[in-house]
Design a protein around this ligand. Structure first.
Ligand SMILES: CC(=O)SCCNC(=O)CCNC(=O)[C@H](O)C(C)(C)COP(=O)(O)OP(=O)(O)OC[C@H]1O[C@@H](n2cnc3c(N)ncnc32)[C@H](O)[C@@H]1OP(=O)(O)O
Length: 408
């Protein structure tokens, strides 16, 4: 059955939301729907129609996302992918994804990123697992820092109502967001959504709270968190600090903010559910097993315009080689490309390849967080010239590791 695809009109927004609510089995609060609308350019939506009814939808958030080297690249943040349960497994997602990749290419964005509801969905459309998120469950009793953890007597803490400290959060976030691939420029609407604290946002974790680290010169970091209150049968406090985000411009402010959330009165642990894989807290906790860490995939990335993407980022070491790329959904990327990082060029060639790889692997390693050598060991990259795999793997690696810190 044919399901024509086009962007929705504003009048079709309720029908668009209805597909999401059904597919995700959620009921949004009207304020949430308005917030989402403010973040979603109508012309960046797509819906597949059954007669007049949207039965499959998706949208794009436009992000300026930091890539290796610090450039903030305009990327397409794919979101709201939903197909009505009555219409699932008839190829509607497939049609939406292919059309969306065309649109992204035409809009001039060379990279698409997304946060997957299920990790098995997007590989077939050329996305690769590009970044990880780590969760920590740190008990207060096991959270002592190493003896040489940084301190600065000039620093002090200040409790603030989050909405009232927004300008200071923005100052810190703007200072750090260019330093880690995956972080992005936050629009005013995105800040509104991060700091959302209506009654229905509080659910059972209480209201949004914040603490700032500052000195006489101004703010140097902040933490946003909630506190899930709790007591044992014997009235021993066992509240949980649920850390939402913690950013600091220097190590001493970072350590002080962590110390604060770990020591919070009436709490027995911190649950930090969304942290970067190389989070420095791992080196500050003297008994690192108490981090109780676990990892999940975070950003998935898709190279949409290969030469534009590969020449936009910086490389950790020089590389000069011909890569042969397989890319069925985006045939304009398929074939052989000569990448010369020293010249910043990536051009089509008929020369023999040094490496053959699928586009998913390029997406996975684009932000510098995934080892090409490891894909080689898995048999998913083929090396034709000895040394070529290590050369490109080293060049594409990056520190710090990628992380967006955002579920979108
Ligand atoms: C970035 C984001 O927004 S993530 C959110 C994704 N959405 C959800 O999880 C909401 C609930 N799920 C849904 O709405 C739908 O089931 C979707 C969107 C995941 C799939 O839509 P459908 O129209 O059923 O998918 P479609 O029929 O086009 O399938 C295309 C391919 O994806 C595969 N596929 C579909 N859903 C899944 C899944 N959940 N896991 C793994 N593979 C899947 C199909 O088997 C098919 O594979 P093939 O190409 O090898 O034959």
């Amino acid at each position: 059955m044919n399901h024509p695809i086009r962007p929705i009109s504003e009048a079709e927004w309720p029908a668009f939301i209805a597909v999401l609510e059904e597919a995700f089995a959620v009921t949004f609060h009207p304020v949430e729907i308005e917030r989402f609308k403010a973040l979603t350019p109508m012309e960046r939506t797509l819906a597949a129609f059954d007669a007049d009814l949207p039965v499959g939808v998706t949208a794009i958030f436009d992000f300026d996302m930091t890539i290796p080297g610090g450039t903030r690249l305009p990327v397409a943040g794919v979101t709201a992918v939903s197909v009505l349960p009555s219409h699932r497994r008839r190829g509607i997602l497939n049609s939406l994804m292919r059309r969306q990749l065309q649109d992204i290419k035409e809009s001039g964005q060379s990279i698409a990123v997304l946060y997957a509801s299920e990790a098995g969905i997007y590989g077939r459309f050329g996305y690769g697992r590009a970044a990880d998120t780590v969760f920590f469950r740190i008990p207060k009793h096991g959270s002592a820092f190493v003896k040489n953890a940084p301190t600065d007597p000039a620093l002090r803490l200040r409790t603030a109502i989050p909405a009232q400290a927004r300008a200071e959060f923005e100052q810190v976030f703007d200072a750090v967001s260019g330093t880690r691939p995956g972080l992005y420029t936050r629009s005013p609407d995105r800040w509104g959504s991060v700091l959302a604290d209506e009654e229905f946002d509080r659910r059972d974790d209480g209201r949004l709270r914040s603490i700032l680290a500052e000195d006489d010169g101004g703010v140097r970091g902040y933490a946003l968190f909630k506190i899930k209150r709790g007591f044992t049968d014997h009235d021993v406090p066992e509240g949980e600090v649920r850390l939402i985000e913690l950013f600091a411009v220097d190590p001493a402010a970072y350590a002080l903010l962590w110390r604060h959330v770990l020591d919070r009165d009436l709490c027995s642990r911190v649950y930090a559910w969304n942290r970067p894989i190389d989070d420095p807290i791992q080196h500050l906790i003297a008994e690192p097993r108490n981090l109780n860490a676990g990892t999940l995939d975070e950003l998935w990335a898709r190279v949409v315009d290969l030469p534009a993407a590969l020449t936009a980022r910086a490389y950790a070491a020089p590389a000069e080689l011909v890569i042969e790329v397989a890319d069925e959904p985006c045939p304009w990327n398929a074939g052989r490309w000569r990448l010369v990082t020293a010249k910043g060029t990536c051009e089509r060639t008929d020369d023999a390849p040094d490496l053959s790889l699928p586009v998913q692997v390029l997406g996975a390693s684009y932000f510098g967080g995934r080892s090409l050598m490891s894909y080689g060991a898995a048999g998913l990259v083929t090396e034709h010239r000895p040394g070529a795999l290590r050369e490109l793997s080293t060049a594409m690696s990056w520190d710090p590791k990628p992380w967006a810190g955002l579920v979108f």
